[in-house]
Every structure is written in structure tokens, then in C-alpha cells.
Design a protein around this ligand. Sequence first.
Ligand code: ZN
Ligand code: ZN
Length: 368
Amino acid sequence: MDIKSKVIENYEVLHQLPELGFMEQRTAAFLASGLRQAGYQVADQIGGTGVIGRLHGPQAGPVVAVRADMDALAHTVEGRETAIHSCGHDANSAMVLTMAEAIAAKGLSKGVLKIIFQPAEETLQGARRLIEAGAIEDVDILIGIHLRPIEEARLGQATPALYHGASAIIEAEINGVAAHGARPHLGVNVIDAAAAVVHAVNAIHVNPVVPASVKVTKLHAGGPALNAIPDRAELALDLRAQHNQVMADLIAKAGGAVVTASAAVGATAVTRIKGLVPAAEYDTVLIHTAGEAITEILSPAGLLANINTPGGEDFHFYKQSKPILKTCYIGLGGDVMPGLHHPAMRFNTEALGYGTCILLKLIDKLLI
Ligand SMILES: [Zn+2]
Ligand SMILES: [Zn+2]
């Protein structure tokens, strides 16, 4: 069977098995069985429902891993909650499985090809669980691939470097001193502190060359007694930056703004960083090689420049946990409409053949 027919067949099976993060049992069983039949050494139930396959070449060489995510999203359709592959992880897994099968059929000439099917990308937990399980300890090169919305890439186009941004949440608790509304001088009003914090956060500036933002997304203070000075407030900030260094700068400045603005009115504040996802950091040589693979499959007109996208991806925890890892991440066009995470998300399945062939070419260049 040719690559295009095989990847559509694999996709159609996976598309019928939408499962939420860490519940990808049937998806994992199908992928593990495909890898085993192709001749891979397979370990499953890694970090929950993860599947890892290894194929060895006859000579020493790099360990090249290709990672695809497996989970679907929960949507409410006609009043019923249902899992749907609205981010296209069924497509990503189908392309990686089909590439893995085709490589096994012809064999490697050196090194190791490692296939990583990762659970729970949408909840940003899966990569960390695989890292804890040692999934990338022996890996030198790690490659990712994802379908992109039509605004970023059309059918017949792909970028070798999809740059996701960093994101983080800071939760803050401000404590003041309660008092009677008639005697405000005996208390410390946390609403005064919170208002000062909002102004201080909105006055934060970082390098304008790098897209970044910080804003207050939650403010809760005061109780049912409208004639009392409130002594406890809760705030949350949402932070975004396209570079990890700028995110570090934002986190330091935002934390400082919360604490010092609260102190300006006599309140105290504690902050907690929650949900920090790093930005993409790729290897330029690997991006170049992936660009060559894209050009050979899609022609020079199909090769897109690097794309900056504001969304996050837990793929970048791998690089964060192992800085010498060389990574790149292919963003594949497929005329995805109306958008990723939309319950009616659809795309042109011709993209599956293109994505599989790009991965095949890239592995050819690295291990054959
Ligand atoms: Zn998604
Ligand atoms: Zn996704």
C-alpha cells in the first residue's frame, strides 16, 4: 500500500478513537500494535498511556526521536459532553506511525529511531510524565509535527520551525487588616492594595522587540459586609512571551509589582507561579535540514519561513529538561477550518501524505 493510502487508513482508525488525556488506552493499543508489527521494540503504559518504540540501525549513530501527541479535547455538542479530535492529534499520530512503518520496511543504516506517542498534551502534563519516566534520556534529536490553522499554513505549505510562546499564570494573595468601615485608619484595605497592583502590573515594560504581555485576569476581594474594610484579596495574572528570557523578566517584574504595590499601602502579598510553559528553542542546523525535507516534498514554494504562534505546547518541556537536546517542530498546512479546538474542526486529508513524506525525508537525511 502506498504512503498516502496507508496514512489515511491509520488516520481513520485513530479519528474514531477520540480519548482525553491519560485515557488514551485504545489509541495507545492501536499505535503500539502498529509499531510492534512493523518490527519496533515497544514499551507501553509509559508515564500513563505513553507508547515508545525503538528501531536500531546496524551502525552507531544518533538517537533521533519523533514525538506525536495522542489526546482529544472535551466539547459539549447538543448538550452532551464528548471527546473530539479537534486539535488534530489523530492526524499527528497517524503521520508519525505511517512514517515509522515505512522506515522499518526499508531499515535504518545507523543510529536509533525512537517513536514517542505522548499522552495528555492538552493538559500540559504528558511531556513531564514522559520526562520523569526517562523517555528522552538517550535522545539526541527530537522532532515534533502538528497541523496548523489555515491562517498560518495552507495545504501544500509547511514550516520547519513553529515557534510557540511561553505562558504562565501568577496567583497572588494579598493580606491587609480588617476594620470597621467607620474607622478605615485602623485597617489596611486590600482593595486599595489590589488597585495599586493593577496599575503596577500595567506599567511593566519588557523588550518591545519580543511579543509579550502581562495582565490581571482575576480580582476577588470584599465579603458580604459592605460596611467593613476587607483584609484578603486574591488576584491572578496571565503572562505571555515569545522568548524564555523575556518570560523570566516578566515573572520577576510581575512578582515584584504585586509585593511592592501591596506594601505601598501597608498590605503584604505572596505569589505563586502556576502553569509555566517554556517557549520554543530550536536547533538552527536541524531547522535547515527539516526545511530541505519540506522543499523536496512540497517544492520551494511550499516552504514557509519560521512561524511565531502565541499558543503554548508542552513539547518544550523536553528541551527545558535536557538543554543539549536538538529540537525542531514542523507546522503543517492542511486548510484546517474553522480552527483548532473548534468542535467542527476539519482539514484536507491530503495533508497527511505530505506530512508523512516530509518526516520520511527528514529521517532519511538523519539516519539513512
Ligand atoms: Zn490543542
Ligand atoms: Zn495540539
